[in-house]
Design a protein around this ligand. Structure first.
Ligand code: NAD
Ligand code: MG
Length: 399
């Protein structure tokens, strides 16, 4: 019988998924890949199945699942292929799975990530949108089911590393925390003249100065909506009131975040900007293991700089803080509007600066509710998407 730790990767063909497989491959004696999942990229998932030999492969798209099934049969590989949301939820909850990497992008990740928490897995959470949409519900599920939740987002992983273990039961105030300081690079447009922002292209927005990531989160980093989503994520992960969370712009992305204590101490976690560090940290926690990431060379690092975030340049950051303060399903509405707007920007149907305009428009028109039931959250998500699509269609008709 295998003593190895069984792992499911939701979103294995993405940036986080590929980094996770890289770390797992370095520790094949300790970890076993049980299931891999993707949206519709048959070739990528096929190659991953051949290399990592999972028991299950899931494609969200049923037609793609059929093609993958045929391709695997042709090469005589005994991988069970599943399809759709039910397949994703099933592999998140398999009894032989100990840890689930939640690395699907966007709202599509919510249900399988919740399924992993319900099944009492160690959930390695990269999919911040799930927590932004359904924070109270998700955290209640983790508590009630006694699941383990470890943050993969580099900032939250850094904060987790800078907190004493008692924080999760005692709370931040009891362990002397004054503020959580989330660092953010400011993205590729931190110093771009404001009048040029309307004309920046998806390629420019996706060319992040320090991190290599999927396209959606890259655009979010360029608008700093990513940092806004992370403020909401930090609120739920650490039970931190909004006024105790501060964003610090740190263009080099070497300090991944900090925790300030009442006595004036500030603890920071540093490292090269490579997601394999938080991934290895969460997989091995409470121990440590090699991640493949190069070690920091302080002599070559030079100067580290910091500045306050510019809310005029980055209106999405202001909107996210406001959504958090408003509470209920408002963060889910913000997230849904942003997902639709980012997709439209990537498809060149709206301008970069329209993203914040769409989000603000949707927040003004769609009113939030209590975020205590899944049906209500999904309902408000759908209403927000419809209003965002209408705005985008009207704009396209004008042009
Ligand atoms: P990505 O676009 O590179 O990959 C997304 C993955 O999700 C792919 O495997 C894709 O097949 C799958 N997917 C997409 N739509 C789906 C759907 N409808 N149903 C099922 N599967 C679907 O994204 P990424 O950069 O790896 O980011 C993944 C998540 O991790 C995001 O929530 C992001 O915010 C978060 N995150 C990423 C990074 C990073 O460095 N990339 C850092 C922190 C947090
Ligand atoms: Mg992050």
């Amino acid at each position: 019988m295998s003593e190895r730790i069984g792992v499911t990767i939701l979103g294995s063909t993405g940036s986080i998924g590929v980094s996770t497989l890289d770390v797992l491959q370095r520790h094949a004696d300790r970890f076993r890949v049980v299931a891999l999942t993707a949206n519709r990229n048959v070739e990528s998932l096929l190659q991953q199945c051949l290399t990592h030999e999972p028991d299950f492969a899931v494609m969200a798209d049923p037609v793609a699942a059929e093609r993958l099934h045929d391709r695997l049969r042709a090469v005589d590989r005994p991988v069970e292929v599943l399809a759709g949301a039910a397949g994703l939820e099933r592999v998140a909850a398999l009894p032989e799975v100990d840890q689930v990497m939640a690395a699907i992008v966007g709202a599509a990740g919510l249900l399988p990530t919740l399924a992993a928490a319900r099944a009492r897995k160690r959930v390695l959470l990269a999919n911040k949108e799930a927590l932004v949409m359904a924070g109270p519900l998700f955290m209640a599920t983790v508590r009630e089911r006694d699941a383990e939740l470890l943050p993969i987002d580099s900032e939250h992983n850094a904060v987790f590393q800078c907190l004493p273990p008692e924080f999760s039961t005692a709370g931040l105030a009891a362990v002397g925390v004054r503020r959580i300081l989330l660092t953010g690079s400011g993205g590729p447009f931190r110093v771009t003249p404001l009048e040029r922002l309307p004309d920046v292209t998806p390629e420019q927005a996706c060319a992040h100065p320090n991190w290599s990531m999927g396209r959606k989160i890259s655009v979010d980093s360029a608008t700093m909506m990513n940092k806004g989503l992370e403020v909401i994520e930090a609120h739920w992960l650490f039970d931190a009131p909004p006024e105790r969370i501060e964003v610090v712009v740190h263009p080099r992305s070497v300090i991944h975040s900090m925790v300030e204590y009442e006595d004036g101490s500030v603890l920071a976690q540093l490292g090269n900007p490579d997601m394999r560090t938080p991934i290895a940290h969460a997989l091995a926690w409470p121990r440590r293991m090699d991640s493949g990431v190069a070690f920091l060379d302080f002599a070559r690092l030079g100067r580290l700089e910091f500045e306050a975030p510019d809310f005029a340049r980055f209106p999405c950051l202001r909107l996210a803080f406001a959504a958090l303060v408003r509470g209920g399903t408002t963060p889910a509405i913000l997230n849904a509007a942003n997902e639709v707007a980012v997709q439209a920007f990537l498809e060149r149907r709206i301008r970069f600066t329209d993203i914040a305009v769409v989000v603000e428009h949707v927040l003004e028109r769609v009113s939030g509710h209590e975020a205590d039931a899944l049906a209500g959250i999904l309902d408000d998500d759908a209403r927000a998407r419809a209003v965002a699509r209408d705005w985008i269609a009207a704009r396209a008709a004008e042009v």
